[in-house]
Design a protein around this ligand. Structure first.
Ligand SMILES: C[C@H](O)[C@H](O)[C@H]1CNC2=NC(N)=NC(=O)C2=N1
Length: 114
């Protein structure tokens, strides 16, 4: 478990600050497999996870979904044969909050524990 994944998501209001470029540079080092990407003008974190078949991809999807419900923070999940694309961003602030890095690290832990 990393320093980030040991943390809990905090309530994120519409006026919560987005992660700055300097904070992003520090945080991304803790989740090196994630790629920051701007989609529809919104900065997001994305990682593609590979699996041997659809059943394992779906099992991972459900575990990430359960973790998200536990955290009260929810990702984009695209489940396909042999891969799951996970995308984290904070809808309330239309960008990245510390919560997204915490949940990305927790997603890595879910994958590592499969
Ligand atoms: C009311 C509820 O807490 C909010 O809608 C939560 C739910 N899950 C969420 N998930 C994400 N990724 N961003 C949010 O802003 C968000 N808001």
């Amino acid at each position: 478990m990393s320093d980030l994944s040991a943390q809990k998501c905090e309530a994120c209001r519409a006026d919560a600050p987005k992660v700055s470029d300097e904070e992003l540079a520090v945080l991304i080092k803790q989740i090196p497999d994630w790629v920051p990407e701007v989609r529809d003008g919104i900065m997001q974190l994305e990682r593609v996870f590979k699996f041997k078949n659809f059943k394992l991809a779906l099992e991972f999807t459900n575990k990430v979904g359960a973790m998200a419900e536990d955290e009260g923070h929810h990702p984009g999940l695209l489940t396909e044969w042999g891969k799951v694309t996970v995308t984290w961003w904070s809808h309330s602030i239309k960008g990245l909050h510390k919560n997204d890095f915490v949940c990305a690290a927790k997603t890595d832990d879910v994958f590592a524990a499969l």
